[in-house]
Design a protein around this ligand. Structure first.
Ligand code: RFL
Ligand code: PHB
Length: 390
């Protein structure tokens, strides 16, 4: 096979990249090692920045998002005795949308297949070759076990944190930065109408908790657990009791309901550079991971895809210094900004041991956000998302 861009991975990064290239008349082939059903049901993010929403709309994949997505103009920050509303619209003129990553993936897969564009599911043994030449290739086994080879102009490694692309960059040429947090999130999806109009991020001496949602009848909730805890330790009853304790606020009640799904996710910050080596480009979780507290992971994957698509589109027919050279500098600038914001939100809201000094600093920061317009504006600007070329 021959194509212009071989894309490994059909998560948000790979799907958005393929879609933007298609709209610009550039051919690509997507390889995905899971099934279509699996990627469309994989429960993850839920908050889309305004820029992500505008990009999807402008590129013809925003119709269902506009119909079913829930626009949110702010969040609540909570600590004992206080539930403080931050009004993003008033603070920075921007909003976010609640629309599950599952739905974004479904819309993009439908657009891809609807346009008759090539996409291979359930591939195995994918490998990249000759990335430091101008004739790179990807090989893989298709769903029937047949060996395939794609000759291309460039390869986009959009295969997430556990993919194969990042490790194809020689160790001597790459560098990474990492922070593991000594806790994770236990997340549930519940058949229960949301008990709140906005997302609640709550500091509690037992640990962080948050209330999010997916639709008027489905709630999504998370709370901090220590790394040695497992799902066996947490019956549905115990989960609801803990959420009720940590989210408690005078005059407010948490509506419970059947738990449809539960999982535990570890928390990590990770950045790897370069995001380009020869003709291989990394985008999304393949190059970086943020803890979910700032709701940045999916949005950062979409931003990388947008920057990479712009660079690829500009590079065809270009003579002289290629626009491709600029990709990683622009992308990494945003990556580090979001890495800082996610680390900061995480550090402010999660308890680590019972250090009384750390606790007072966290509460001081939360009170500052509720009294200083400048502080609140900074959170609002980062949470709703900076412009793509920032
Ligand atoms: P993905 O989504 O992991 O997609 C990578 C794809 O590559 C496939 N793959 C391969 N395909 C072929 N060959 C191989 N060798 C392959 N290896 C892997 C995988 O099957 C997969 O389909 O990465 P991408 O596209 O970079 O997207 C990143 C986002 O998925 C991720 O950052 C977010 O989900 C993070 N995240 C959140 N981000 C937000 O912006 N807002 C949120 O509210 C938010 N909440 C969350 C989150 C992540 C969570 N978890 C479970 C990690 C909440 C949670 C709980
Ligand atoms: C979600 O709804 O899944 C969600 C919302 C906000 C976050 C993380 C996850 O910060």
């Amino acid at each position: 096979m021959r194509t212009q861009v071989a894309i490994i991975g059909a998560g948000p990064a790979g799907l958005v990249l393929a879609h933007l290239l298609y709209n610009a008349g550039i051919e690509s082939v997507i390889l995905e090692n899971r099934s279509r059903d699996y990627i469309e049901a994989r429960l993850r993010a839920g908050v889309l920045e305004q820029g992500t929403v505008e990009l999807l709309r402008q590129n013809g994949v925003g119709v269902r998002l506009d119909r079913e997505g829930l626009r949110h103009d702010g969040i609540y920050l909570q600590w004992p005795g206080t539930r403080q509303h931050l009004d993003f619209l008033e603070l920075c003129g921007r909003s976010v949308w609640i629309y599950g990553q599952t739905e974004v993936v479904k819309d993009l897969v439908a657009a891809r297949l609807g346009a008759g564009q090539p996409m291979y599911f359930e591939v195995s043994d994918s490998a990249v070759h000759d990335i430091d030449t101008d004739r790179p290739a990807v090989t893989f086994l298709d769903v029937d076990g047949n060996a395939q080879r794609i000759q291309c102009d460039l390869i986009a490694g959009c295969d997430g944190f556990h993919g194969i692309s990042r490790s194809a960059i020689p160790a001597a040429a790459s560098r990474s930065w990492e922070r593991d947090y000594p806790y994770g999130w236990l997340g549930i999806l519940a058949q229960a109408p949301p008990s709140t109009d906005e997302l609640i991020y709550a500091w509690h001496s037992n640990g962080f908790a948050m209330h999010s949602m997916r639709s008027p009848s489905i709630s999504r909730l998370y709370f901090q657990v220590s790394l040695d805890e497992t799902l066996q330790d947490w019956s549905d009853d115990r989960i609801w009791t803990e959420l009720t304790t940590r989210l408690a606020h005078e005059g407010w009640e948490l509506t419970t309901g059947p738990v449809l799904d539960k999982s535990i996710t570890p928390m990590r910050s990770f950045v790897s550079a370069p995001m380009r080596y020869g003709r291989l480009f990394l985008a999304g979780d393949a190059a970086h991971i943020v803890p979910p507290t700032g709701a940045k992971g999916l949005n950062l994957a979409v931003a990388d895809a947008k920057l990479l698509a712009d660079a690829i589109i500009a590079s065809y027919g270009f003579r002289g210094v290629s626009p491709l050279d600029a990709y990683q500098e622009t992308a990494l600038r945003r990556v580090w900004r979001c890495t800082h914001f996610s680390w900061w939100m995480t550090s402010m809201l999660h308890t680590e041991g019972s250090d009384p000094f750390a606790r007072e600093l966290q509460l001081a920061q939360l009170r500052y956000l509720s009294t200083s317009r400048a502080a609140a504006q900074s959170l609002a600007e980062n949470y709703t998302g900076l412009p793509f070329g920032w």
